[in-house]
Design a protein. Sequence first.
Length: 98
Amino acid sequence: MPAVVIVGAQWGDEGKGKATDLIADRIDYVVKFNGGNNAGHTVVIGDEKYALHLLPSGILTPGVIPVISNGVVIDPEVLIEELDALSAQGHRCIQTGD
C-alpha cells in the first residue's frame, strides 16, 4: 500500500496543513502523528472557516478517515471543543460504525 508523508523541516509555518488539504481527496487516511494543540491551521471552505489544532488536516474531505496517533499530546478539553465546533458547523465528528 503506497503512502504519502508530509513532514516539515522547520518548527512552524511550512504549509503542511495546506499541502495535506490539497491532496486529501486522493487519500484514505489523514494522520496527526506528533505535537499538540499549541499550533494549528485554519481551513476555509466557501464562507465557512474552521480552526484545527488537534484534528488532522484533511478531516473535512469526504471519505477521509482521520487518525490521531500516539505521538500527539492531547488536551481532552481542547479536543472536545474542537469536535463541538465542527459539529455545530454541521459536520459529523464521531463515526459509530453504522
